[in-house]
Design a protein around this ligand. Structure first.
Ligand SMILES: NC(=O)C1=CN([C@@H]2O[C@H](COP(=O)(O)OP(=O)(O)OC[C@H]3O[C@@H](n4cnc5c(N)ncnc54)[C@H](O)[C@@H]3O)[C@@H](O)[C@H]2O)[C@@H](O)CC1
Ligand SMILES: [K+]
Length: 463
């Protein structure tokens, strides 16, 4: 997935149409807006085609209209352009754009291939799968192309969920990103955002770049963020989370472990906590900024007892891994968010054990945050962060090498560190640091290697 613009709004197809209507109410015509789309598409296609012949596949609706407009502009600019048409346009502005196109036009079924194919068949109005004949012609033309550029969406892709659709190398999102540009598989290819000057308001956006500041001059190790990580049966998970917390900005990290253990990092304060009552004693400390429970916790009775103690404490919490599975459907009832902030960091499986999500991953995560009162960091190829107020940020361009054991422990440790340190947006900062650290480590990353990559990011937030 490409590097998407930071902090860019993400809108549903319905919101996009409403925003367009507002532009029309303000005096712009649908034809003028379609021309803007055509200009944006033609500019990108000319750049990417670099002189190669171009075949524009034009549908019958607004998406096809964008295609006819782009084809005309490309031809005027001297490019070798042909159009393959799905049929006569039915959309009024598209009819005008088709009439203004005077270059060579073929029916889709009999069109000759070209090295650059521009897919302007279906956008946000895709209503059903293609019939057999256009589907076969499309497959043939796409297979023979060197470069496939989708206008607004790869045709057939569900704008809300990112499911289905043709395979594109580049997708030019028109006016705003839709969920399909950040969710689903990588069939949208490299996503470019074309600004059509359409005013938009949305609670959903791509992840913003965080504001990272060094500790205040008067900071002490305790005021910088005192964090307790509740370790469990799998010792490594707790160490990874606690190490990430130390490198991610917490001033004082205690790892509470069921057995006496030693080892690096030596900055980590290790406490032997034999049972739940010892944990309760450790947590009876007002100076604690946050508690992380879950990484390597296990799911046995001892783990249940530890989790109950953590939930009974008054501290802000990050709940991850096994602890999420232990909470299951009871999560909302058990976490109690009226006196504190709670962050849940599920992957897809853990999410579905807690919540009965509806709709796209964005909608389901927003629903889970509203229902539980917690901020939900729903991990995966696209990590969706939803807080209970309805605000959603999506990190969709993280390295696929992150699909590796222990990277979740690192993320949980980072969220907890930022929470303990008083970061206003701990989840967003943590996900950003996590993604950038993975990018720095690169191919073949292992979770341990991410940890030393974190500190330089705190120092140079713009990298
Ligand atoms: N978002 C924006 O601000 C703008 C959007 N425009 C374009 O307009 C598009 C939306 O236009 P529409 O609402 O007309 O929708 P589309 O053009 O995406 O699709 C609707 C058309 O395709 C046909 N169709 C649907 N499924 C089909 C199938 N399986 N096989 C064959 N035909 C099928 C429908 O009968 C209809 O004619 C956007 O995606 C974008 O490309 C631009 O023109 C202007 C600005
Ligand atoms: K398209």
């Amino acid at each position: 997935m490409s590097r998407l613009p930071a902090g860019a709004p993400i809108v549903t197809a319905a919101q996009m149409r409403a925003a367009e209507e507002a532009v029309f109410a303000g005096g712009a015509t649908p034809l003028a807006l379609m021309e803007r789309a055509g200009v944006a598409v033609a500019r990108q296609v000319a750049r990417l085609a670099a002189g190669r012949p171009i075949l524009v596949l034009a549908g019958t609706g607004g998406n096809g209209g964008d295609g006819y407009a782009a084809a005309r502009l490309l031809r005027e600019a001297g490019c070798d352009v042909r159009v393959a048409s799905l049929g006569p346009p039915t959309h009024p502005a598209a009819m005008t754009m088709a009439a203004r196109w005077t270059g060579p036009t073929w029916p889709l079924a009999s069109a000759a291939s070209a090295p650059v194919v521009v897919d302007a068949l279906l956008g946000i109005g895709a209503a059903r799968p293609f019939a057999a004949e256009p589907a076969a012609a499309l497959d043939r033309l796409l297979a023979l192309a060197d470069l496939r550029i989708a206008v607004d969406l790869p045709s057939g892709r569900d704008p809300g969920t990112g499911e289905g659709g043709i395979q594109a190398d580049v997708t030019i999102a028109l006016g705003a990103l839709k969920p399909a540009h950040v969710l689903g598989d990588d069939r949208a290819g490299h996503v470019l955002l074309a600004d059509l000057s359409i005013p938009l308001a949305s609670d959903w956006s791509t992840l913003s770049r965080p504001t990272l500041r060094p500790p205040r001059r008067e900071a002490t190790k305790f005021t910088r963020g005192k964090l307790v990580v509740v370790g469990g049966a799998m010792a490594g998970a707790g160490v990874l989370a606690a190490s990430a917390a130390l490198h991610g900005g917490a001033g004082y990290v205690i790892l509470a472990e069921p057995e006496r253990r030693d080892g690096a990092p030596h900055a980590l304060v290790r406490r032997h906590v034999a049972d739940a009552s010892a944990l309760a004693t450790l947590l009876a400390d007002d100076g604690i900024g946050a508690v992380l429970v879950g990484p390597g916790l296990g799911r046995d009775e001892a783990a249940q007892a530890q989790l109950a103690v953590v939930l009974a404490s008054p501290h802000d919490l990050v709940i991850d891994g096994d602890a999420l599975t232990l909470l299951g459907r009871e999560v909302g009832a058990r976490i109690g968010t009226d006196r504190r902030r709670v962050f849940l960091t599920p992957h897809g499986g853990e999410f579905s054990r807690m919540f009965t999500g509806h709709g796209s991953k964005i909608a389901a995560t927003a629903g889970a945050a509203a229902a539980s009162g917690a901020t939900v960091i729903h991990k995966g190829p696209a990590t969706v962060i939803a807080d209970p107020s309805g605000r959603v940020q999506v990190a969709a361009d993280a390295s696929s090498w992150l699909a590796s054991a222990g990277t979740g422990d690192v993320l949980a440790g980072l969220v907890a560190a930022r929470l303990a340190a008083g970061d206003e947006h701990p989840a967003e900062t943590a996900v950003w640091l996590h993604g950038r650290a993975a990018a720095r480590v690169g191919a073949g990353l292992i979770a341990d290697a991410m940890i030393p990559a974190l500190s330089p990011l705190l120092d140079r937030p713009s990298t």
